[in-house]
Design a protein. Structure first.
Length: 249
């Protein structure tokens, strides 16, 4: 399906600061530790392998150069962090941070020395202001218990002129994609998930439904202080990639 053009987001509007998911942080952490062993395989099944392509596009939007420093938040098993590492090589640095230690173990095994993975809380990043040239989050922002706080932290640790990139699933609102999305995420994904972890793969559709739509997410990013906020929709409107620039402080 054709991709939408990268378009400026509308003016910021009022958006509720409700948690994106339906579980609290310890529950989310435990859930991802439980499913870590099959996480990559389930991602490939649910997206027909396209999640790698979407992560490459997110890394492109970070606009990094060799020698830059980047942070991947809610890094999971590290696929987006590895895409960033390819762009800052050979002398740059990428750090991937997550609060699920089992996911980090798998990420370290996958990446070797190319990425440094650290345990941490996305809502209270343990890095100084302006420490990175870009910060990304791929399919993790919907798990932030406070979306605005998490995005504010990402913006804080990026230097002026650097970028914050958010890659997320979004619920299409028009048929036929809205119909397909409903069947896939509300019925098929939970059914597949019963093989692995029924709670986790029932949580996924819930977290997507609760997550702000593309315009609302752009408004949240604007409220965190990011400017030139834009987004692109791909996969027929099921995937949204947002990017914002940290202004001069």
């Amino acid at each position: 399906m054709a991709n939408a053009d990268l378009a400026p987001a509308g003016a910021p509007g009022a958006v509720d600061r409700t948690p994106s998911g339906s579980l609290d942080d310890p529950q989310v952490r435990a859930m991802f530790d439980r499913i870590s062993g099959l996480y990559d395989r389930m991602n490939s099944v649910m997206t027909a392998g396209l999640h790698h392509q979407w992560r490459r596009r997110a890394a492109d939007l970070a606009d990094l150069s060799p020698g830059d420093r980047a942070l991947d938040v809610a890094t999971g098993t590290g696929d987006l962090a590895l895409e960033l590492a390819a762009r800052v090589a050979p002398n740059g640095e990428v750090i991937g941070v997550d609060f699920a230690e089992r996911m980090l173990e798998l990420a370290r095994a996958k990446a070797g020395a190319r990425v440094r993975f650290e345990s941490g809380n996305a809502l209270a990043l343990d890095y100084p202001d302006g420490a990175f040239d870009a910060a990304t989050v791929g399919f993790g922002a919907r798990n932030f218990s406070d979306l605005e706080r998490g995005l504010s932290e990402m913006a804080r640790v990026v230097r002026p002129g650097g970028r914050v990139v958010v890659l997320e699933i979004t619920a299409p609102r028009r048929p036929p994609l809205s119909t397909f999305f409903g069947v896939w995420f509300d019925r098929i994904v939970p059914a597949l998930g019963r093989i692995v972890d029924s709670e986790a793969y029932s949580y996924l559709p819930s977290s997507v439904r609760r997550f702000p739509g593309p315009d609302e997410l752009a408004a949240v990013m604007w409220r965190t202080g990011l400017r030139d906020v834009r987004y692109v929709l791909t996969a027929g409107g099921i995937i949204a990639l947002h990017v914002g620039v940290v202004p001069p402080r």
